[in-house]
Design a protein around this ligand. Structure first.
Ligand SMILES: Nc1ncnc2c1ncn2[C@@H]1O[C@H](COP(=O)(O)OP(=O)(O)O)[C@@H](O)[C@H]1O
Ligand SMILES: O=C(O)C1=C[C@@H](OP(=O)(O)O)[C@@H](O)[C@H](O)C1
Ligand SMILES: [Mg+2]
Length: 169
């Protein structure tokens, strides 16, 4: 019955694994970035950052998080920064079971370069200092992520993960 929240760095696999986990458990899947885009009338994450700045984005992000009701059988893929702003991590822990997908900055870089998504305003693939940026953010954010109820490697297969969390949900 409990909601499941996936937290971790951008490209750690929250959206990808989240969808698979939801299918495996028969839960619904939501991505908080998608909820933000909806709430903002279809404006992209890039557009929100460019036009209104990060503080505005973080305010909408917290607002969207607070619309999630406990015990809704949801798998929630959060945005990479969500746990580090406002009271978000504490709130996540009151409305669901949280899982930190831990992936090294080097692996995150490899995934970002391989998949070529350009929808992350704080992590530009063209930036020659992207690895440094990822390392810095990973260091800054890790203590928030580690507040999750469970930490697993970002390589964990969905079958294994669903077995691990069964006793908690
Ligand atoms: N376990 C994995 N192994 C290899 N690549 C992965 C894995 N999980 C996700 N990816 C790839 O990494 C990219 C980012 O994944 P995504 O799920 O969007 O991450 P997040 O939502 O955490 O930012 C995607 O292109 C996805 O295919
Ligand atoms: O790390 C971050 O601060 C962000 C991560 C993004 O989500 P993903 O982790 O799904 O890329 C998105 O919320 C926004 O670009 C900010
Ligand atoms: Mg995502």
């Amino acid at each position: 019955m409990k909601n499941i929240f996936l937290v971790g760095m951008p490209s750690s696999g929250k959206s990808t694994l989240g969808k698979r986990l939801a299918r495996q458990l028969g839960y619904r899947f939501v991505d908080t970035d998608k909820l933000i885009v909806q709430q903002e009338g279809g404006r992209s994450i890039n557009d929100i950052f460019r036009t209104d700045g990060e503080a505005y984005f973080r305010a909408v992000e917290a607002q969207v998080l607070h619309t999630i009701q406990p015990d809704s059988r949801l798998v929630v893929a959060t945005g990479g920064g969500m746990p580090c702003f406002h009271d978000n991590m504490a709130h996540i822990k009151t409305v669901g079971f949280s899982i930190f997908l831990d992936v090294s900055p080097e692996k995150l870089l490899e995934r970002m370069q391989r998949h070529g998504q350009n929808d992350r305003p704080l992590f530009n693939q063209q930036d020659p200092t992207l690895l440094e940026n990822l390392r810095q953010k990973y260091t800054d954010r890790r203590n928030f992520y580690l507040q999750a109820d469970l930490t697993v490697s970002g390589e964990t297969a969905v079958e294994e993960l669903s077995k691990q969390i069964e006793p908690y949900i």
